[in-house]
Write a protein that binds this ligand. Structure first.
Ligand code: SAH
Length: 372
């Protein structure tokens, strides 16, 4: 048993079963043994691959998206360009390379990276070593200075802890991580149900469409969405700004337990190896959109990643890159670009499962890429 498992066991013995959100926070971000604490899990040889690691086109298009948004905000002389969960720093590097097309944008921008993982911070530092504008690491989005802001996050929301409620004949109960008898007379982590009904404030977080679900249905929600929407609304009420999130999940709330664990590109049991596997849950874009509207933000999307990237011109970018490779006689590279384009936009690949949503200060021009 690892020291992290021992600590989780001890916590459950003293507090009783803990929420899945508390379990996720321990398993992902324990400073010594959490999944993200010590390693760089992103890439073909590691645990999972993300869009910016598939192709440079992804970050480049987002860089141009930012330049357009900055112009839509009146090209303010100072801009906080914030990335939430920047991974290996690849997307930001690609964004800045494309954004160099507008030197005024680069002069205005100060990059702020919000990253919980010490190992990934190091990697980001290497990747962004020659960034054309200042780069600063901050612990939370709230710490980004008050200035017009563009905030981006790819596969960030899916790592945020979720809670799950199960509908029973006696009403909703919370699904928790507890202990059950295991092998050889020992104990093992297992799902258990709360004895009592959840607090009314927690029940209120269940999307309306799921409130009357049949027994057996699971309602999952991200407790962080409400505070995130409130923070963005308050920030954008002072200075204009926009937040763009790209992630996997349905356009509107659906029932279901979607907590999943992935290690070395394979799914494993979420409770089986705390710290040994990435834990994510699909993003309920409908719930996020409602929270954002309630807070007073303008919401564009969610739309499918394929529609978003196509509207931003990914096919033109792919054609231009392919042309360069053909001219250089690199036919192998040419077909690689075609494969990358397909992975990002193919309906059965990432194109339909992944969605983009943009939360903006009211009154800005429509967000680029989201036209009806
Ligand atoms: N955006 C990157 C990485 C996605 S993996 C890419 O697309 O490749 C998720 C990232 O979010 C990692 O960098 C992880 O360490 C970070 N992360 C997850 N939860 C976080 C939190 N609460 N605070 C800060 N960073 C977080």
């Amino acid at each position: 048993m690892t020291a992290l498992e021992q600590r989780i066991f001890d916590r459950i013995r003293s507090e009783g079963p803990i929420s899945l959100a508390a379990f996720m926070a321990e398993a992902l971000f324990d400073p010594r043994e959490g999944f993200y604490a010590t390693r760089d899990p992103i890439g073909a040889g590691a645990d999972f691959v993300t869009a910016p690691e598939i192709s440079q086109m992804f970050g480049e298009l987002l860089g141009l998206w930012c330049v357009q948004c900055w112009r839509d905000m009146g090209a303010p002389p100072r801009l906080s360009l914030v990335e939430l969960g920047p991974g290996r720093g690849t997307m930001m590097a690609d964004m800045l390379r494309a954004a160099r097309l507008d030197p005024d944008f680069i002069r205005a921008a100060h990059v702020y990276l919000v990253e919980a993982s010490p190992a990934l911070k190091m990697k980001q530092g290497e990747t962004l070593d020659d960034a054309p504008c200042p780069v600063t690491w901050i612990d939370t989005l709230e710490a980004a200075p008050e200035a017009p802001a563009l905030i981006v996050g790819n596969e960030y929301l899916d790592c945020l802890p979720v809670r799950q409620f199960l509908q029973t004949p006696d009403g909703w109960r919370e699904r928790l991580a507890g202990l059950a008898p295991g092998e050889a007379g020992g104990e093992t982590l297992a799902y258990v149900l709360s004895a009592a009904a959840p607090h009314p404030d927690d029940l209120a977080q269940i999307p309306d469409v799921l409130q009357d679900a049949e027994p057996g249905a699971v309602a999952e929600f991200h407790p962080a969405f409400g505070p995130l929407a409130t923070h963005l609304a308050e920030r954008f009420a002072q200075r204009p700004g926009r937040a763009l999130f790209i992630d996997y999940g349905p356009a509107d709330s659906e029932p279901g337990d979607t907590l999943q664990a992935v290690a070395s590109h394979h799914k494993t049991e979420p409770l089986a190896r705390p710290g040994g596997a990435d834990l994510t849950a699909r993003v309920d874009f409908g719930a996020l959109a409602r929270r954002a509207r309630d807070a007073g933000l303008d919401v564009a999307g969610p739309i499918e990643q394929s529609a978003f990237l196509t509207a931003l011109g990914i096919e033109h970018r792919a054609a231009a890159l392919s042309m360069k490779q053909s001219q250089a006689g690199n036919m192998e590279e040419r077909s690689k670009i075609a494969r990358q384009l397909h992975r990002l936009t193919g309906e059965e690949q990432m194109g339909a499962l992944f969605k983009a949503i943009c939360l903006s200060a009211p009154g800005l021009p429509p967000a680029p890429g989201f036209a009806a």
